[in-house]
Design a protein around this ligand. Structure first.
Ligand code: ADE
Length: 273
């Protein structure tokens, strides 16, 4: 997969040299190109922003540097044999970044990121490139960052670990929380490793029982417990067809009950465990 990032802070993308993404680059699984947007400015101050039409606070990133940067980036990529680019524009106004979108992006051969600073990029830039390629405006969460670079790091890491051969074990992402089609989209429960007792805290006995069925059941119950506590919305959204008899029992103990349509809703706040 080829990745291009156009930014006014190329050094912000240094973490792309480290860990999983760094190794994927070293192995040739990811071909990363970081570009300084100011290369495509021609005034003394390397201006990339200007005041917004219509007034209001802050500054807006100008069309011309982005246009030249993207034209050149596309031309270079095509020359190098890349194909099928998509533009990924991090913005708090974008669609939510989810595991499903990570999977979709991981299936594309070439991602071009345009992280913005200030109040964002002049709309006409996205409109122009949308005539030539898919444009994904993506938000990594309901909070506002000072710029899109951190979002590029987040999206890249989530996508890179899905590429064939990047994670040692191909099964590792099958059970991810949020994996499309995963256990009815429950959060993963807790995990333990040696030693069996640490500062008086013992691991749950079932995990050393050797009984695979019981272990699987325990893990699923823990997944329900954690999801009910941290993301009750995920349980409300679950298709109840995904629940077996024991799931229903566990949900009932956690204070959930089916409504007439079959979906589960929390009966009362904070009932007994
Ligand atoms: N830029 C600023 N805030 C952002 C967010 N939440 N997601 C993506 N890009 C952003």
């Amino acid at each position: 997969m080829r990745l291009d990032v156009v930014t006014i802070f190329p050094e912000y993308l240094e973490p792309l040299n480290v860990s999983l993404v760094g190794k994927a680059r070293a192995r040739g699984q990811l071909d990363v190109h970081v570009h300084d947007l100011r290369q495509w400015t021609y005034d003394r101050h390397n201006t990339v922003d200007d005041t917004p039409y219509g007034g209001g606070p802050g500054m807006v990133m100008k069309t011309e540097p982005w246009g030249e940067a993207l034209d050149q980036t596309l031309a270079d990529g095509y020359d190098a044999g890349a194909q099928g680019p998509v533009l990924v524009v991090p913005t708090p106004s974008g669609r939510p970044f989810t595991q499903e979108l990570a999977v979709e992006l991981s299936e594309r051969p070439w991602l071009i990121f345009t992280p913005a600073r200030y109040e964002g990029i002049d709309r006409r830039v996205m409109d122009e490139y949308a005539t030539r390629m898919p444009v994904y405006e993506v938000s990594i969460g309901d909070y506002v960052l000072a710029g899109g670079e951190a979002a590029v790091l987040v999206i890249t890491e989530a996508v890179a670990r899905l590429l064939p051969g990047v994670l040692g074990n191909a099964e590792s992402h099958r059970d991810d929380s949020f994996a499309p089609g995963a256990m009815a989209n429950l959060l993963e429960g807790p995990v333990y490793t040696k030693p069996p007792v640490w500062r008086g805290h013992a691991i749950p006995e079932v995990l050393v029982s050797g009984h695979h069925g019981k272990i699987a059941r325990w893990r699923r119950d823990e997944a329900f417990r954690r999801t009910a506590a941290n993301r009750p919305d995920l349980i409300e959204r679950c298709d109840p067809a995904a629940f077996d008899k024991k799931d229903r029992e566990t949900l009932s103990i956690l204070g959930w009950a089916p409504e007439p349509g079959g979906r589960f809703w929390r009966r009362v706040e904070g009932v007994e465990e």
